[in-house]
Design a protein around this ligand. Structure first.
Ligand code: XMP
Length: 517
């Protein structure tokens, strides 16, 4: 396995995903872990990530000494290369201008890292690589024990190597897809140079998880809050396979779900797979609790707390249950761990509503704790869940509760469900669904005038929202074709009573958020 030390770059998780795609297990630790943590991990190789800081700043983050003393190969990427260079006596300076975007790197000599990996070969026989650069500082003096491995016209020192120690530094980013040979370079490092076997495959992951769950819970019973989202669905499928009838799922139908979603969840799990699912029809309780509430954060709290309350009621009836299963995934684990000194620029993600009460005295079963979202999806398909379900866009915990602006009412939720369904149906039909990262309708409780035939109508407004994003922290509004939007708008206004107007949201994030509340 490979250890990745995170210096706070936005791309660190991408490095880990690329390494895992190759079939090698890896984990991310913050850069300021102890030497002992590094030793205990037992890595066959270490990667130092990029980062937003400057290596020449005072108190700049540096890797624990153990990284360089362990005798395993090390790959420094961007900041990681700079800090490695400084550690061995090289020199880093602020570049006159930042380099950001495509560059062509010339590979010098035949280092093990680049050998035979190239996009082109130039007249002198040097391999050329098309890469993605993003840096302000650069290495200006190579440490004595290193040699030059790559250069570009802007960054004469774009790669360094100490082949004896198998230490490599590259200024560009192999983890982003713009670097065409990035995958091959990371594979070369993990498999050839570090000697990791490609054992991290979906089937192995499932087998291991099943075995671990069986060992962990023995004959005990397990409860799972099933929401219909990807993570809890995959946990349900996995646990069903591992422990069958020892699993009971509690599915709280909040009345804030998408069209027919409650029935679909029951069909899929209870009918089709034979999972024990208790469906709690809680629509009225949610509507009562939300009556007159308009503040988004207050609404979120009410929805979250009520979930916990209901889940608690149901699970206390299952007196034999000793374990609570949760769909925690690896990014949640990394983000809540953070850096010990808080220096790494960690980006916090939204936490799902429904953190569960501490006094439940149940042990936790988290079979997806080590997995990235794309791995969860792959495993879901392998476990027999339909593609369409595991590739569905994310849906927020508070559901339609934050897509009905202001007070939540049943009439509004019903209108919104129909509109959203038309939008999504059309996106699928036109093969646009997977070209957006998240798409949905929003209900605006304002009335606007329209005409149909001879009649004047005075009805509600629906906003459509579709975004493209990788990390959901920033997003661009999806440039959907006008004809398509026109068609969706027509269908919504014609088919749904009480809607007189449809608008399309063209706000980016930032400054707007993806959800409207
Ligand atoms: P925003 O609106 O903050 O959304 O740009 C970013 C991503 O997070 C989702 N989101 C939530 N998910 N509980 C959730 O589980 C929430 O309260 C919540 N609010 C936003 C949103 O759908 C988008 O994918």
């Amino acid at each position: 396995r490979i250890l990745i030390l995170d210096f706070g770059a936005q791309y660190t998780q991408l490095i880990a995903r690329r390494i895992r795609e190759v079939g090698v297990y890896c984990e991310i630790y913050p850069w300021d872990v102890s030497d002992q943590d590094v030793i205990d991990f037992g890595a066959k190789g270490i990667i130092l990530s990029g980062g937003p800081e400057s290596t020449i700043a005072e108190n700049a983050p540096v890797a624990p000494q153990a990284v360089y003393d362990l005798g395993v190969p090390v790959l420094g990427i961007c900041y990681g290369m700079q800090t490695m260079a400084m550690n061995f006596g090289g020199k880093v300076e602020r570049a006159d201008h930042q380099e950001y975007g495509y560059a062509q790197v010339r590979a010098r000599g035949h280092t093990a890292l680049f050998k035979d990996i190239q996009d082109e070969v130039n007249a002198e026989g040097h391999g050329l690589l098309d890469v993605w650069m993003s840096h302000g500082d650069h290495v200006v003096e190579i440490p004595e024990s290193f040699k030059l491995m790559a250069s570009t016209s802007n960054a004469p020192i774009a790669g360094i190597a100490n082949e004896e120690k198998q230490f490599y530094g590259i200024q560009f980013h192999p983890e982003v897809t713009h670097t065409k040979q990035g995958g091959a370079i990371l594979e070369r490092f993990a498999c050839t140079i570090c000697g990791c076997a490609k054992l991290w495959t979906p089937l192995n992951i499932i087998e291991d998880s099943i075995e671990n769950v069986r060992k962990q819970v023995g004959d005990d019973e397990v409860i799972l809050g099933l929401s219909g989202g990807v993570d809890s669905s995959v946990v349900a499928a996995m646990l069903h396979k591992a422990i069958g009838k020892q699993l009971t799922c509690v599915f709280v139908d909040t009345g804030l779900l998408r069209l027919n979603e409650g029935d679909q969840v029951m069909d899929m799990f209870a009918e089709h797979m034979g999972v024990k699912v208790i469906r709690v029809d809680a629509e009225q309780r949610y509507l009562d609790a939300l009556e007159g509430k308009t503040d988004p954060e207050e609404k979120r709290k009410i929805i979250g707390n009520l979930f916990v309350e209901i889940f608690d009621e149901e699970s206390s009836k299952l007196t034999n249950a000793k374990w609570l299963a949760q769909g925690t995934i690896y990014p949640d684990v990394i983000e809540s761990a953070g850096s010990k000194t808080g220096k790494a620029h960690l980006i916090k993600s939204h936490h799902n509503v429904g953190g569960l009460p501490e006094d439940m005295k149940l042990g936790l079963v988290e079979p997806l704790r080590e997995l990235f979202k794309d791995e969860v999806r792959t495993i879901g398909v392998e476990l027999g869940l339909p593609e369409e379900m595991v590739r569905r866009h994310p849906f927020p915990g508070p559901g339609l509760g934050v897509r009905i602006l202001g007070e939540v009412r049943k009439q509004y939720a019903d209108i919104l469900r129909l509109a959203d369904n038309i939008f999504i149906e059309e996106l699928y039909k036109q093969d646009l669904y997977h070209k957006t990262s998240q798409a949905f309708a929003v209900f605006l409780p304002v009335k606007s005038v329209g005409v149909t035939g001879d009649g004047r109508r005075y009805d509600y407004v629906i906003a459509l929202r579709a975004v493209e994003t990788i990390d959901f922290m920033t997003a661009r509004w999806a440039h959907l074709p006008y004809d398509f939007l026109g068609h969706v708008s027509n269908r919504i206004i014609n088919e749904i009573e009480n809607v007189s107007r449809v608008t399309y949201d063209i706000s980016g994030k930032p400054p707007a958020t993806i959800e409207w509340e």
